[in-house]
Design a protein around this ligand. Structure first.
Ligand code: ADP
Ligand code: MG
Length: 255
């Protein structure tokens, strides 16, 4: 069996800036894998290329051994790769349940637009989607917020609702870009528990995150990016004491 995801010789330039260079890594199924590195290292750019939001200039991305390089975002999502963004992107006027239903539609035959316009021919499917969206909210302990307008939720609740929307797509691979950003200590602890539960449900996670104690706690494997290139990869204990990793994060004095 090939790894769930393979990144092969990936490159991306923005004008004169070489944002991602010759990047190679695998994501094994069933893992929580972290992609870390200083600001501007290229982490979000890598996510955007995996998710089909941005085309690489060179290299390949393979999912279950099949080339997905340059495919459109909706096609990548339909294959089972879901993502959350660095900034929250819920529909603020819609309820939590409606937002989650939009996620569910991406993997249903009714499609994304039907999720917004509810044509009469898909009523039965609509009911089924509503039921499964509700089930996802229950799994995440968010059922009580189903009817709440998304825009009125606290920041931490919005992040959870985004998770629910991504999980409603029934992904095999979940890409999370800085999910702990802006969360308080309690919310971050709850997030750690939630992510390990998601792994138990059989969903593989690739996470970009700045909260190092969260990363070290939950990751099975870590890839370190610096200036677009891979600096190191390994288990949390190896990465944590690596002098080069310490140097790029803290400067020469600490290495
Ligand atoms: P990270 O997520 O690791 O902080 P990014 O992937 O967002 O880093 O950015 C990597 C580098 O590429 C940064 O120098 C950033 O300014 C640049 N960059 C990212 N997106 C664009 C873009 N659309 N146009 C120009 N430069 C970009
Ligand atoms: Mg980023």
């Amino acid at each position: 069996m090939p790894p769930l995801l393979e990144v092969r010789g990936l490159n991306r330039r923005f004008g004169g800036l070489h944002a991602v260079r010759d990047l190679e890594f695998d994501v094994e199924e069933g893992r929580i894998q972290a992609l870390i590195g200083p600001n501007g290292a290229g982490k979000s750019t890598v996510f955007n290329m995996i998710a089909g939001a941005l085309s690489p200039d060179g290299g390949d991305i393979l999912y279950r051994g099949a080339r997905i390089t340059g495919r459109a975002a909706h096609a990548v999502a339909a294959m089972g790769i879901a993502r959350t963004f660095q900034t929250t992107r819920l529909f603020p006027q819609m309820t939590v349940l409606e937002n989650v239903q939009v996620g569910r539609h991406i993997r249903s035959s009714a499609g994304f637009l039907a999720g917004l316009f509810h044509p009469p021919w898909s009523w039965r499917e609509e009911r089924e989607i509503r039921r499964s969206a509700m089930e996802t909210l229950e799994k995440l302990g968010l059922a009580a917020l189903a009817g709440t307008t998304a825009g009125t939720l606290s920041f931490g609740q919005q992040r959870l609702a985004e998770f629910a929307r991504a999980l409603a797509m029934e992904p095999n691979l979940l890409l999370l870009d800085e999910p702990a950003a802006g969360l308080n200590m309690h919310e971050t602890a709850a997030l750690a528990t939630l992510l390990t539960r998601i792994r138990e449900w059989g969903i593989t996670i690739l996470i970009v995150e700045h909260d190092m104690s969260l990363v070290m706690d939950i990751s099975d494997h870590i890839v370190v990016l610096n200036q677009g290139a891979k600096l190191r990869e390994g288990r949390p204990a190896e990465i944590q004491r690596d002098p080069e990793v310490i140097r790029i994060y803290l400067g020469d004095d600490h290495a």
